[in-house]
Design a protein around this ligand. Structure first.
Ligand SMILES: [Zn+2]
Ligand SMILES: [Zn+2]
Length: 342
């Protein structure tokens, strides 16, 4: 079978590989579509240190179950599934508490110690399979993983009805956060980013006010519109140092900051004094397993649109070239989200 293999920084190759055998508890899946994640871009440029090349990457996909490993009786052959990527042990103290993203023995499909989905077939634990309805197109199913993280985040800490929400980052996750906040009954939703096209798209995802942080100070603007109060919820979905500190400064007293983006540039200086005196809650999350089923429902019901985000579609063989011309990193050609369809 064909597979796209990460061989080291800026080295991705289309290779011929053996079709894998499902181990006990696993299933073999014929890949149909896989979303291209920001993590894939981090991997490509050597910024994700936990990966050990060579490894087939890709972790936001789905397909049709073709073969069952020993001891598996669900999902049956022929079932259409989306696959959550965290392969947790199920035995450590965190897994027993259903906090799979904290598993002591965590592997991740296409990232850590497990072959990924940019291949004609891949294997996954049966318990990672989530059935998707016939009505969902494969390219739409490739965005389930991206939506599942924001869903899991907002489910963990609710958004008070009519309260203000500031979302930093206008990528796919940020746009989904804006939409989910509105579905939860949020009041004014502010969306921050530095790309006018994406910000404009944010309006259709529920953002009441869009702020381009290149030319406007978001903290000043948010404080102005909230009469100096700030927003009850801030969501950091940009993964940037600047957004992190601006986010904290935009928070209302007693507010919650959801830290979803991953700041790879290093530690961020924050005022511990403000956190204590203004009783802020800082809440980090790396889970998306718990958001999968709801994400499937939301996309299937049309509550969250995914089509406007899919700007690029590739075949497996086109993928290495798309990475090597920095299409995703530099967001060329209006890039928002790419999908590999087989
Ligand atoms: Zn991802
Ligand atoms: Zn575990």
């Amino acid at each position: 079978m064909k597979a796209v293999v990460y061989k080291g920084p800026e080295n991705l190759a289309l290779e011929e590989r053996e079709v894998p055998e499902p181990a006990p508890g696993e299933v073999l899946i014929e890949t149909k579509a896989v979303g291209i994640c920001g993590s894939d871009v981090s991997i490509y440029y050597g910024n994700f240190k936990k990966i050990e090349p060579p490894l087939t990457i890709g972790h936001e996909g789905g397909g049709v179950v073709r073969e069952l490993g020993e001891g598996v009786d669900w999902p049956k052959e022929g079932t259409r599934v989306a696959v959550s990527p965290l392969d947790y042990c199920g035995k450590c103290e965190y897994c027993i508490d259903a906090r799979y993203s904290l598993c002591e023995n965590l592997k991740t499909i296409g990232m850590i110690e497990r072959e990924g989905e940019y291949a004609e077939y891949f294997v996954a634990p049966a318990r990672n399979c989530h059935v998707i309805p016939e009505s969902l197109e494969w390219r739409q199913a490739a965005l389930i993983d991206t939506l599942a993280g924001p869903v899991a985040t907002i489910e963990r800490r609710n958004i008070p009805v009519n309260s203000g929400v500031a979302v930093f980052g206008a990528g796919p996750a940020g746009l989904f956060f804006a939409r989910l906040a509105k579905l939860k009954g949020a009041g004014e939703v502010y969306l921050m980013g530095h790309n006018d096209d994406r910000l404009e798209l944010g309006r259709s995802y529920g953002a009441d006010r869009i702020i381009n942080t290149h030319d406007t100070d978001p903290v000043e603007t948010i404080l102005e519109f909230t009469n100096g109060k700030g927003t009850e919820t801030v969501i950091e979905a940009a993964g940037s140092e600047q957004a992190s500190s601006q986010g904290l400064s935009s928070l209302a007293k007693g507010g919650t900051m959801m830290v979803y983006g991953i700041v790879e540039s290093g530690p961020v200086a924050v005022s511990m004094e403000d956190i204590a005196l203004d009783e802020y809650e800082l809440f980090g999350i790396a889970d998306n397993t718990h958001g999968y089923n709801q994400a499937i429902e939301l996309i299937g019901a049309g509550e969250v649109e995914v089509e406007p985000l899919i700007t690029h579609q590739f075949s497996l063989s086109e993928l290495p070239d798309a990475f090597s011309r920095h299409l995703m990193r530099d967001k060329k050609e209006g890039y928002i989200k790419g999908v590999v369809e087989l």
